[in-house]
Design a protein around this ligand. Structure first.
Ligand code: PA5
Length: 447
């Protein structure tokens, strides 16, 4: 069976192969720190072995997902950051793009809440749910995050009003800390089914825990295949042989590019279904590496769509970027361009070709143009878009992120910067316990 592959050759016009290879001892050191738990943030390394460790929980996750699938037309996944992005990435990558418009569904439609505080969004969500049999998966590791707590309060109230408290109890699953936080207290009091986010698994590394797996299983996808793919990469990316470890190579080449002045990495896809894989990746790398005034800025584009918006900048703007392309080898469906006698649109040169052949030439043409324009190019190839290879991809990115963060010299597993906005928001909203901060911020704003 094939694996996902990494090709870094198109970076070598910009940094030398030798300079990248020089990272081998450092990569081995970082791997050792991860495997032995001797580096910064070593109390958050549970994700490393999740593909193997989660096996014992799969039956329970699948059973909870089946209950939701049997009883619900819509499941609302409530969470923010690492508590929803992994599930959304996988679900969007695997789902039929127009599933929500179909009359018959094999599984509930999954929608998301708690990752914004948009009043119109919540109003429209609640309005849509009024006529639906819906359930809720409420996810928050801390159990105290405002955005999901607010959305959950609204949706729980609505579900209880629509179905009655007893029925609602069957339709709510909470995923949170084993003991701490308001969500744990609430779930215990209300008697909801719960899953635990282990202490040693941080939010953005939690996609292979119940956090990601329950919403993915609820959407009808094969979490065993996802985990099997991740397990394969757990083995591959454990190797201390630099030439055999794609995560070590990716970490090395991006650190060398960063050192050479490439401060922005753009994750590129050529399939709209992969949009949320990029969103998940941006959070993973942004929150892990953006510290102490250091770190590559993770950006993303969807091609060929964004070639008509960001293409100009990428081709010709400031040369501080590099691209990492996620390329999919085999499509799951076949569409061929029909021939047309009149050829009024001039497209007969494509007649008989698969649409993906056109897309692949766009991909190749773009890569060549961008490399010519001064943009180093890394390529990650997935043999196919399915659960197994997505599992490989997710674990590969996680492992590379841990190595890369250690190479950069930061703690990849904390996120102190996220607290700053919360402190101000709570002060402005007069949250109990924030009296002093409230006074200070109001004085500052009055000046
Ligand atoms: O990666 C992280 O740790 C964060 O993005 C969290 O997932 C996010 O802030 C949500 O936190 P919580 O799950 O505690 O509500």
């Amino acid at each position: 069976m094939k694996d996902i592959t990494l090709n870094i050759e198109k970076a070598f016009g910009f940094v030398s192969a030798d300079a990248v290879k020089q990272y081998a001892p450092k990569a081995a050191e970082c791997l050792h720190m991860l495997h032995e738990g001797t580096g910064k943030g070593n109390d958050f390394l549970g994700w490393l072995r999740l593909p193997a460790d989660i096996e014992v929980e799969l039956d329970a996750i699948e059973a909870a997902a089946k209950t939701l699938r049997d009883k619900c037309e819509v499941v609302v996944v409530v969470g923010i950051g690492g508590s929803y992005l992994g599930a959304k990435a996988v679900n969007e990558a695997l789902a039929d793009s127009f599933e929500w418009l179909k009359k018959e569904h094999k599984a509930p439609i999954i929608v998301y809440a708690g990752q914004n505080i948009g009043e119109d969004y919540l109003y429209e969500l609640q309005a849509m749910l009024k006529t639906k049999r819906f359930g809720i998966i409420s996810i928050s590791k801390s159990g105290t995050t405002t955005e999901p707590a607010l959305a959950f309060r609204l949706l729980k109230t609505q579900l209880e009003e629509q179905q009655g408290k007893a029925a609602a109890q069957e339709l709510i699953v909470c995923i949170t800390d084993k003991a701490r936080g308001a969500l744990r207290t609430l779930a215990t009091q209300e008697g909801y089914k719960t899953f635990v986010i282990a202490d040693n698994v941080g939010g953005r590394f939690s996609v292979l825990s119940p956090v990601g797996l329950l919403p993915i299983a609820a959407a009808g996808f094969d979490i065993r295949q996802l985990v099997a793919g991740a397990l394969r990469m757990q083995q591959v990316c454990a190797s201390e042989n630099f030439d055999e470890n794609p995560a070590a190579q990716y970490a090395a080449v991006r650190n060398e590019l960063y050192k050479s002045g490439k401060k922005i990495e753009i994750l590129v896809n050529f399939h709209p279904k992969l949009h949320y894989v990029s969103e998940w990746w941006k959070q993973l790398y942004g929150e892990s590496e953006g510290k102490e005034h250091r770190g590559i800025f993770p950006a993303s584009v969807d091609f060929t769509t964004d070639l008509h918006s960001m293409g100009q900048w990428i081709q010709d703007g400031e040369r501080t970027i590099f691209e990492t392309v996620i390329s999919v080898e085999q499509m799951n469906h076949e569409v061929r361009v029909p021939s047309n006698d009149a050829n009024l649109d001039g497209l007969n040169f494509l007649a008989g070709k698969r649409v993906d052949e056109v897309n692949k030439m766009a991909e190749l043409g773009t890569m060549l143009a961008h490399v010519d324009g001064g943009v180093p190019n890394l390529k990650i190839e997935l043999p196919q878009l399915n659960e197994y290879y997505l599992g490989e991809l997710l674990y590969f990115f996680e492992k590379a992120c841990g190595i890369s963060g250690y190479m950069l010299g930061v703690n990849p597993f904390d996120q102190p910067g996220v607290e700053a906005y919360k402190k101000n928001m709570f002060a402005l909203l007069d949250k109990p316990g924030y009296e002093e901060a409230s006074k200070a911020i109001k004085e500052r704003l009055a000046k």
